[in-house]
Design a protein around this ligand. Structure first.
Ligand code: HEM
Length: 150
């Protein structure tokens, strides 16, 4: 991965940190507005309080997106799909959550979020989703009903 991509990501993180805003509620606001089908996985209705683990989840997602270590990212992506295995969470639900993180970063960054930032964060979402999709395909292959051996 290019150093310039990492420094662009780091710059966005600094910009957000400077605002002092907690991104977690903003990410979920975006997520449930754009992806209402996700609500059933959280066991809540619109406007309800978020489950206790919801903040940890966004923290982990952010760590996946900002990771500059390939091995670290691979193990995190593997852990994510293992944690969520069997819950019927499809690729689109994962991507949409990632895109909301990027949207919130963009909103909080204001004019500092330009083409370079959009490109860098988009590449990070694609990088994570490529790994998640491999794990989801493996999960599907395992869960497909197979005939018993004769
Ligand atoms: C790459 C994206 C994601 C990451 C990094 C992630 C990460 C995590 C982590 C670390 C936890 C454990 C939290 C804790 O116990 O403290 C968790 C739990 C959970 N996540 Fe995610 N998650 C992602 C996407 C999603 C999506 C798209 C959904 C559903 C639409 C979802 C639904 C859940 C649920 C229901 C739990 C609770 C699991 C349980 O304890 O039964 N996650 N997630």
């Amino acid at each position: 991965m290019a150093d310039s991509e990492q420094s662009t990501i780091d710059g966005s993180l600094e910009a957000i940190a400077e605002t002092g805003v907690d991104i977690v509620p903003l990410v979920y606001e975006c997520y449930f507005a754009t992806t209402p089908a996700a609500l059933e996985h959280f066991g809540i209705a619109p406007g309800d309080e978020l489950p206790i683990w919801a903040g940890h989840m966004i923290n982990e997602l952010l760590l996946c997106l900002i990771s500059d270590d390939e091995a670290d990212l691979r193990s995190r992506a593997f852990a994510v799909t293992t944690t969520h295995c069997g819950k019927g969470i499809d690729s689109g639900l994962y991507r949409s959550l990632c895109e909301c993180v990027v949207q919130v970063v963009a909103d909080l960054s204001g004019d500092a979020f330009g083409a370079a930032q959009r490109q860098a964060w988009g590449a990070r979402v694609d990088r994570l989703m490529a790994l998640v999709d491999v794990e989801l395909a493996a999960e599907q292959a395992w869960s497909r009903p197979r005939p018993l051996p004769a």
